[in-house]
Design a binder for this molecule. Sequence first.
Ligand code: UTP
Length: 406
Amino acid sequence: MDAREKLVKYHQEQLLKYFDELSEEERQELLKQIEALDFDVLAAFSKKHSGEETRGKITPLSALELPAIQARRDEYKRAGLDALKEGKVGAILLAGGMGTRLGSNAPKGVYNIGITRELYIFECIINNILDVVKETGTYIHLFVMTSELNDEDTKRFFKEKDYFNYPEEYVTFFKQEMAPCCDSAGKVLLEHKGKVATSPNGNGGWFLSLIKSGVIDKVKANGIEWLNVFAVDNVLQRICDPAFVGATIVEGKEVGAKVVRKNTPDERVGVMCLEDGHPSIVEYYELTDAMRDEKDEKGERVYNFGVILNYLFKVSSVEKIVNEKLPYHVVKKKIPYLDDKGNFVEPEEPNGYKFEQLVLDMIHLSENCLPFEVVREREFAPIKNKTGVDSVESARELLKKNGVEL
Ligand code: UTP
């Protein structure tokens, strides 16, 4: 379908409003961008606004808790170390987000959280991987997902910093897809007269992007069977943690999910559960009071383990679900755009919607999942904001407590 037909089909002809003012080159660029973009995402907007979004039946999914892990730690660790030494485990760093809450246009990983010395978020991640490399004597392939908006800056930074002493041949970058952004009436916005407003399409498309970019060939060629997928902003996380890898393998699961015990029953984290019998995540705002207070026979709350965006996926299982369409989540955000008069506006308040696929929906397509409890103070220091909760400040405190010199 050519660009004009596509715009008619999706009722988005406003995107050619300034077409006559563009040079021939700019026109071709705009048409090419329209042809490449997936306008099917807009169906998620209609669904949200017609109240058609529904969830299946939510029931508890018990986690492998710390005492149970401790009791079998040696066995789990051995299995994990074997897989790592055989090169069967790779790591996927999700670094395609825009990090808007941190308030910088640069990739989040280049943020310097050091106080008396330089210590970058990417550096923390590499240091954490190096801990396992030291333990196993084997380098781990790291695949870094970027987006069109931060790909060049991310690659340049790694080069400038000499990959923080990680061997360059073990670091591979791949780009995720972009999705159009729309206003509150569902009309796609223009960023410039010759460019549609877009944003990275969420972290859930990592496997498809791995395939589209051809980087999956490198995964296969290296015999990687498991991929540890994790967020850029948790500076304390253990990557390719042998006990976690081993537990997922020994317990015969397709997916492992690191979880932490909630601080309070009302903490704003997504919680592992079953949805229609499949592993899933229920968001804090979806938890009813009854679910929040539901207890098991030991008197423990059953929706008590929050996810920290650190998952282990079995490659062969993900390949089976790759043709399933992940749903798009509609997120209200500030979107710079061209107004009716052709003026560029940078809004102070959310003015439109972005479309994102989420890793947690991949979990739901899996047959089973092992929630694996970790100690929050040792493994969870996310940096989402400049100050306050989940911020540079709180992460610094946690890093210090764990003996990291700042
Ligand atoms: P967040 O949901 O915290 O989003 O991402 P963000 O874009 O980094 O930050 P805000 O919301 O704009 O402040 C969680 C993880 O998923 C990655 C992020 O880089 C982070 O590691 N992510 C998010 C992607 O890789 N791609 C995306 O499109 C979105």
